[in-house]
Design a binder for this molecule. Structure first.
Ligand code: NAD
Length: 430
């Protein structure tokens, strides 16, 4: 299914029917509460003015403020933003954090903009959407191509807008709380320690619990990771630290296979020198061609490993891949890496796939910690953020696993049953 919004509605319907939700409840949950479309205009360095289409979809706030990133990408579409906002609702409900779901986007190729133009675009977005967001209303964050620096510009512009329009009626507390409007900020501006590692670390917590349920011992469990960016690297790093054998990693240029297990940290250093992981056969501190071999991106998905971890792109595990892959289980660290057609094939083949809404929810969980710290004026240590994250992931995994066993459904359906029920309950199940 190529339209992400249609796919999201379909997934909701499957869960909704199993939960016995009324037609009117399903209708409400299928549509965002509000979709805001704007045209934002900035001055380019050349002096010319240019307009960009920008969106914010607020899907559901029954459990707390709308929460979700802002994406800067040439392929952003309204349907994509709507789907992503719905998935955020389920992800936050799944993690048990008090947020709903939202998502924003701008149709732009940010690589075509200078730093100054990017700042003007970020500030223009924050100003255009300022009337619809706020620490208790809608809390945006980074997403594809948006960074802590961009959050910092947006938070600053939002604050200016509020001061220009409402300072006369704001209490000191309300002014202090304004920084909680955006998460994913630089640590020096109220960002949380541990956010950078959070998604990978959270995924490895899920891996550990899954391995226990499947009676796999870390030292005998092989793992292949597609993608070696923020999520893929930290996943490999923490999995290696927990004793799992990470035998393959890839990036957009290619992949390496090191059958006895590679060292992610040395591999990262090697990638930084070479510009790619291909050629980095690193065991301990030594990278040597005798340790492994170069393989293609497609081969990574087909390796005879215990756990396959897509941590790069959407839709990579399609029907064709699902028919041939040899892994015992999948941990979905990217958003939407398994297509609905592949899902059915994996279920028929008895291959478990831990869904993205559970596996990669570590990122939004630490964003919640940032919001909480900003509102309470606290600053947590990294150790505290990690400990709280691990507890949250374990709780979420246990709920989904119980539902998977009690209802005899796959893990994705189980996660949806948990998440959609929590949201419907919060809405009073009308
Ligand atoms: P990133 O840009 O840091 O890294 C992406 C990686 O994928 C890079 O190493 C890139 O080389 C690699 N890649 C690109 N094309 C590839 C290909 N064809 N084969 C193999 N590797 C390829 O991005 P990220 O933040 O690590 O995000 C990865 C995925 O995780 C995305 O789907 C994102 O939506 C999802 N996600 C990220 C977070 C987060 O906190 N960063 C949270 C939840 C979900």
């Amino acid at each position: 299914m190529s339209n992400p919004y249609k796919a999201a509605v379909k997934q909701l319907q499957v869960a909704g029917e199993k939960l016995g939700l009324s037609k009117s409840m399903l209708r409400k949950l299928s549509r965002p509460d509000r979709v805001i479309k704007k045209e934002i205009e900035i001055e380019l360095d050349s002096g010319r003015r240019k307009k960009f289409k920008a969106f914010r979809s607020q899907h559901n706030n029954a459990r707390g403020p709308y929460k979700g990133g802002i994406r800067f990408h040439a392929q952003v579409s309204l349907d994509e933003v709507k789907a992503l906002s719905m998935w955020m609702t389920w992800k936050c409900a799944m993690a048990g954090i008090p947020f709903g779901g939202g998502k924003g986007g701008v149709i732009v190729d940010p690589k075509q903009l200078s730093e100054g133009e990017l700042e003007r675009l970020s500030r223009a977005y924050a100003r255009a959407f300022a009337p619809y967001i706020g620490p208790k209303v809608d809390v945006p964050a980074p997403d594809v191509n948006t960074t802590p620096q961009i959050m910092s510009w947006m938070a600053d512009e939002y604050k200016k807008w509020r001061m220009e329009n409402e300072e006369w009626r704001m209490t000191k507390k309300e002014k202090d709380e304004l920084k909680a409007t955006f998460t994913g900020k630089p640590v020096s501006e109220g960002g949380s320690l541990g956010r950078t590692e959070a998604t990978g670390l959270g995924g490895v917590e899920i891996l550990k619990h899954l391995a226990k349920r499947l009676n796999l011992k870390p030292e005998n469990t092989t793992v292949a990771v597609q993608g070696f960016g923020n999520v893929g690297y930290y996943f490999a790093h923490f999995a290696h630290k927990a004793g799992f054998k990470v035998v393959a990693v890839s990036d957009s240029q290619g992949a390496v296979y090191v059958p006895n297990g590679l060292d992610p940290e040395t591999t990262l250093k090697c990638k930084q020198e070479k510009g790619q992981v291909a050629g980095c056969y690193c065991v301990g501190s030594v990278c040597d061609v005798r340790h492994g071999r170069r393989i293609s991106n497609e081969e990574v998905l087909m390796l005879p490993v215990d756990i396959l971890v897509p941590a790069a792109l959407e839709g990579v595990i399609n029907a064709n891949v699902a028919r041939k892959l040899k892994a015992k289980a999948i941990v979905e660290m990217a958003n939407g890496p398994v297509t609905p057609e592949a899902d059915k094939i994996l279920a028929d083949r008895g291959i478990l796939s831990v869904p993205d809404v559970l596996a990669n929810s570590g990122g939004v969980t630490v964003s919640y910690f940032e919001w909480k710290q900003n509102l309470s004026g606290q600053e947590w240590t990294k150790k505290k953020a990690f400990n709280e994250l691990k507890k949250t992931m374990q709780k979420a995994f246990d709920f989904v696993w119980k539902m998977h066993q009690d209802k005899n459904v796959d893990l994705r359906t189980a996660a949806y049953l948990v998440a959609v029920k929590r949201v419907a309950d919060a809405m009073g199940r009308k």
